[in-house]
Design a protein around this ligand. Structure first.
Ligand code: SAH
Length: 252
């Protein structure tokens, strides 16, 4: 009887970005629990039973995974990217706040993965090379007011910013408001990166000055990186990289 629950992140898409530890966890698993498109990305094997579920049922999914592990399974809970970045690991610990007697001896492990913003940052250079923050723009689990407050304070602190879940069909207005707030708070010449399907064959990365950005530039397959006031481009042959210097001098 295994009774293990391993919470894994399978990276942004490219197979080479799956860590060896995560590959080993998949290879020995008896059960895989997760959102349908992430389960579909797993390399299957004959001993693996998949339990795909729909979006937005994270707590049910976490309890189901704990039950399967308690029954003796070697269970993986699958997220894209890193499992702690707006993904399943916090949901598993939330589920454990209301424990079942059966879960007591389940061994729980979290294995990190390459999160979308770091894959995007690497693909274009080093836009997150200095201090940055990371904000989930979905207001499904938090009020819009806290998102707007954090955006304004991050802009005033001159952080680079990475945005997840920027714009969905059910939330068409949030990203429009986000761009409006940034245009109010940030000076001119601010670079914004729209990195879509990072590490996949159809990856696209657009670099756009903030004042020229429009909401339709992002969707749910996009991670958005907003540079700080110091973020800039550097040319290397045909290629243009974007980076944020390690040092910071106050403007006088
Ligand atoms: N745990 C994941 C994030 C889940 S939230 C991670 O660490 O990457 C889902 C959001 O992640 C998407 O809306 C998008 O903003 C971002 N994302 C995930 N994979 C991506 C990819 N390959 N390219 C661009 N953005 C991606």
């Amino acid at each position: 009887m295994s009774k293990t629950l391993t919470i894994i992140g399978i990276g942004p898409g490219e197979q080479g970005f799956v860590t060896p530890e995560v590959s080993a966890a998949i290879a020995r698993a008896t059960d895989a629990v997760g959102y349908i498109p992430y389960i579909e990305r797993l390399p299957g094997h004959p001993d693996l039973v998949c339990h795909p579920s729909d979006n937005r049922v994270e707590l049910d999914r976490a309890r189901h995974a704990l039950d399967l592990a308690a029954a003796g399974g070697d269970v993986i809970v699958v997220s894209s990217g890193d499992p702690s970045v707006f993904a399943m690991s916090a949901a598993v610990f939330e589920a454990m706040e209301t424990p079942s007697d059966a879960w007591g001896d389940v061994e729980i492990t979290v294995l990190p993965g390459i999160t979308a913003m770091l894959a995007a940052s690497a693909a274009i250079g080093a836009p997150l090379g200095h201090d940055f923050c990371c904000i989930n723009l979905s207001d499904n689990l938090k009020p819009w007011d806290i998102i707007e407050r954090r955006l304004r304070l991050a802009a005033r602190g001159d952080f680079a910013m990475a945005f997840y879940n920027p714009r969905s069909t059910l939330r068409p207005l949030g990203f429009e408001k986000t761009l409006q707030v940034l245009k109010e708070e940030c000076g001119d010449n601010r670079l914004v990166l729209f990195a879509r399907n990072v590490s996949l064959p159809d990856q696209t990365i657009r670099v756009v000055p903030l004042q020229e950005t429009t909401p339709d530039m992002a969707d749910m397959r996009t991670v958005v990186i907003v540079g700080s006031s110091k973020t800039k481009t550097v040319q290397h042959g045909e290629k243009e990289f974007v980076y944020t210097p390690r040092f910071y001098e106050l403007d006088v």
